[in-house]
Design a protein around this ligand. Sequence first.
Ligand code: G16
Length: 544
Amino acid sequence: MPAVLTIATQPYSDQKPGTSGLRKRVPIFKQPHYLENFVQSIFDSIKPPQGSVLVLGGDGRYYNLNAIQVILKMAAANGFGRVLVGKGGILSTPAASCVIRKHGAYGGIILSASHNPGGMDGDFGIKYNASNGGPAPEKLTDSIYEMSLNISQYRILDAPDIDLEKTDEVELGEMKVSVIDPVADYADLMESLFDFDAIRDLIRSGFRIKFDAMHAVTGPYAREILINRLHAPEDSIMNAVPLPDFGKGHPDPNLTYAHELVEILYGEDAPNFGAASDGDGDRNMILGNRFFVTPSDSLAILTANATLVPGYRKGLSGVARSMPTSSAVDRVAKELGIPCFETPTGWKFFGNLMDAGKVTLCGEESFGTGSSHIREKDGLWAVLFWLNVIASKKQSVEEIVRQHWSNFGRNVYSRHDYEAIPIDAANSVMAHIRKEFEHLPGNTFGNYRVEHCDDFSYKDPVDESLSTGQGLRLLFTDGSRIVFRLSGTGTEGSTLRIYLEVFDPAIERHRLDAQEALGDLIKIAGEVSQIASLTGRNEPTVIT
Ligand code: G16
């Protein structure tokens, strides 16, 4: 029997998990004991009962396989009875959530830095999901951080690496390792929710789709679901082989980074439907022929049409959106007579609401949409939901969106990101805005009158925990708003996000470009934040 080693270590001070787990550059993760310290801090915080089951996998980025071998040996030395690990070390974030729930695991470790670039000098990340399949709640991430600051030793089995390339069951000390097909459970779940016959008919009728896996984790999932099960032609998927450096791309499904797909959907002979997912498969971008669907509109439209989908035929118990997400879905919820919750940014805030049965669908402006089928946002799920709605309504993406705007009005929306700003400069912008907020209520900027300014805070209706400092909101009397927020997922400097929203009830203005419609608010945001003078940046890095 291999020996359990207890290795002495020193704490690192920078292992505070962000919006979803610990994300750092690969060279930081490669420092001696860095990964091990964090993993031991997770195990010391969750205190798994002897013999517990752990799920383990990642998005296939550089360092994934090394980390998996280490974590397996540490799990064996920390009393786990079984680890379910994806073949090749692969598990998308939604698939991991699905496997945790389906197999009643104690929790799961997912290795991913989501949409951040990968490779030897790229980003790596690690996050823990609890037994409900969802991201660790703040209480737990705080405890993991505390443990990491005080750690003095970790436990690891002195054993050789195991073969992850074939599905099998092997022993690692007293623990069993089941190397599982990473796709099967997830694909079955999708088939149980959506009308695959109707989608197959749609595709057979000549409806053309293009899914861009961005050389990240969703390649094998898209192949199994879209090609094998839905019989889409082979050229319906692109960049479908996961690569450790994502083909040197930035696997973030937005109009800037998924430009290869965007060019196809806006080009000659464009397909009818386009979609992309991110590094770990939880985000989605939806495109029609020459048409972009904002994530906020997507959530509202899926909510309005949910009963067309078998898995949601009986209706929704409620919906939730993150605060910076537009209030398009609020209008739908009102009409459906169901509750709509506004939470801070971060999928973990939806978990309690779903566990308590208060919401069925939820979404975020950051290209995340999902439902209570798992406890993570789910990229391919959103793609299938759209295909099911299209198959049922027999309308194009653009027709569906325009009809939605006609029915509910349009929340014109955009996000401007200023990436990799020096941390001090970003903090001074936020401090400046806070100061401005003291005297802004009642002021007018052209047609816009400031009603209220605050720093968003949220009291969880289930466990009553309070989260403060979740984004600076400038709310106008007509319902328009500007939100300023620092990203919790970047690894270089600070990323400042400015979220802009106006409500437009007049159908004839719907053809207007969003940036044009938001022009006044963009100016106000610049004036109030002084971003140009405080950071030297005259333009956002990414506009979505
Ligand atoms: C993570 C969370 C999302 C959240 C996003 C926000 O996404 O899972 O719930 O909306 O971060 O990112 P930021 O703080 O940069 O605005 P992911 O896809 O990176 O796991």
